[in-house]
Design a binder for this molecule. Structure first.
Ligand code: KG4
Ligand code: ZN
Length: 423
């Protein structure tokens, strides 16, 4: 194994900092290094990241295949799997980094929101670890970590708009600082990843030869490539509600009814693969993308009207597991091009849960001196935890009027024509 300093040198050289890396970069790399630990749902992740965003070591254990076989996440099963793997995963990340625990500047761990039993394992392990090694502890909000990941990969200044879409969440927020978010919209019922996972289960995609090891969202994306979305006309949710919130439960009912009807037509039992499975996947993906795009469009117009984003190079960051989906990225690209925004998405590996994003969030907080606790402070996990200041309920009707005006004046292309003709 390479010693830590050699490894940092090598990574700096790889990054193009050839023979003369800036002294500041070297000093920073040597001085502050954070261990990040993630166990909020079904991935046990750990990583060691330095202050310049160099990933020194990482390890990830995914429980996906076990939960797929069980037909969904059973919290006690997830908890046991985290318990079985956390020690090894953290050890692996540390060993790969070459950083001994004594050289860590802090330990950052997801403590909210997520599955209580899963969060508990990461927190319990971290509390023992920081006490043993006498290290500062940085509790992390999982969605804050998804929002900030992009800043590890490229220079993105605050404020920027984020759309975070995962198995547990969907939200639109203005990121104003590391710990300062303005929440514009969130899901009123289930999250898009949850919807895709449930639709995939109802379609029995685990029995599909190409999908048996894929998450619901991945399976739907794959099959949708061969499907004709026009064969099923699902209604985009919340068409008459002029705010930036989301809803996916009603869409799932529409899809379930369509599946049931097709099963009857094809004379097959639930649990058997339908012939039209690709078309249902395509229509599902399209409607989810369309809903996300329309709400995001409204949020962009709201931000512009209220000057919440910089006039030069305003940015939308798309992240979370569902943001791995290329069709959804394309849909959001149409929106950002129309509104003169730049769209940034981390690569899929950093959109789904991992320890790197937690370590990076720790780095960001460490740099600003925000939320750093001593090893002896008691911290508790919070299964439910909103992100930032919630302004979703602020006069949605006036938003609506304002935005309708703006859309008709400024846009030659309406959203409905875009969704019909451009995609
Ligand atoms: O962020 P994440 O790893 O975990 C949570 O915090 O929830 O997201 C997992 C979710 C799952 O629901 C999965 O089906 C979805 O992300 N997902 C996708 C894709 N890859 C993962 N959804 C759509 N398209 C994908 N390619
Ligand atoms: Zn996540």
């Amino acid at each position: 194994m390479w010693p830590f300093k050699v490894k940092v040198m090598w990574r700096l050289l790889q990054c193009g900092l050839t023979s003369h890396p800036p002294a500041s970069a070297l000093t920073a790399s040597f001085s502050r290094v954070v261990l990040g630990i993630e166990t909020s749902c079904d991935d046990t992740g750990a990583a060691v990241v330095d202050e310049t965003g160099v990933i020194l070591g990482e390890s990830l254990h995914s429980q996906k295949e076990i939960h797929l076989r069980n037909g969904g996440i059973i919290p006690t099963v997830a908890q046991q799997l985290h318990r079985d793997n956390i020690e090894r995963v953290v050890q692996e990340a540390l060993e790969r980094s070459g950083v001994p625990p004594t050289q860590l500047s802090a330990v950052a761990t997801t403590v909210k929101p997520g599955l209580a039993l899963s969060l508990g394992i990461g927190l319990e392990f971290s509390r023992r670890f920081v006490r043993q090694h006498n290290k500062p502890f940085i509790p992390i909000h999982h969605m804050e970590a998804h929002a900030l990941t992009i800043r590890m990969l490229q220079a993105v200044a605050f404020p920027f708009l984020v759309l975070l879409v995962s198995g547990g969440h969907s939200l639109l927020a203005v990121a104003r600082d590391v710990d300062d978010f303005l929440l514009l919209g969130h899901t009123l019922d289930e999250a898009p990843g949850d919807t895709l996972d449930k639709v995939a289960r109802r379609l029995s995609l685990i029995k599909h030869p190409q999908c048996s090891t894929l998450s619901g969202g991945q399976a739907i994306e794959l099959l949708a490539k061969e499907g004709d979305r026009r064969r099923f006309a699902f209604t985009t949710p919340m068409g008459q509600i002029y705010d930036c919130c989301f809803s996916f439960a009603g869409l799932r009912s529409q899809i379930t009814m369509a599946i049931k009807k097709k099963e009857e037509e094809e004379g097959i039992q639930p649990g058997t693969l339908l012939n039209c499975v690709n078309d249902i996947a395509a229509a599902t993906q399209h409607t989810v993308a369309s809903h996300l795009a329309k709400r995001t469009h409204r949020a962009i117009l709201f931000c512009k009207a209220h000057k919440l984003l910089p006039s030069s190079n305003p940015t939308l960051v798309l992240s979370g597991g569902v943001a791995s989906n290329q069709y959804i990225r394309k849909a959001l690209t149409i929106i950002t091009e129309t509104t003169q925004m730049q769209l940034l998405c981390p690569p899929p590996k950093f959109c789904t849960d991992n320890g790197v994003m937690i370590a990076w969030n720790g780095v960001e907080r460490l740099r600003e001196g925000k939320g750093i606790l001593s090893s002896s402070v008691d911290v508790f996990y919070e299964p439910k935890a909103p992100l930032g200041v919630d302004i979703t309920a602020e006069a949605p009707l006036s938003w609506g009027r304002l935005l309708t005006l703006q859309m008709s004046r400024r846009q030659s292309l309406t959203l409905s024509t875009m969704t019909e003709n451009v995609w």
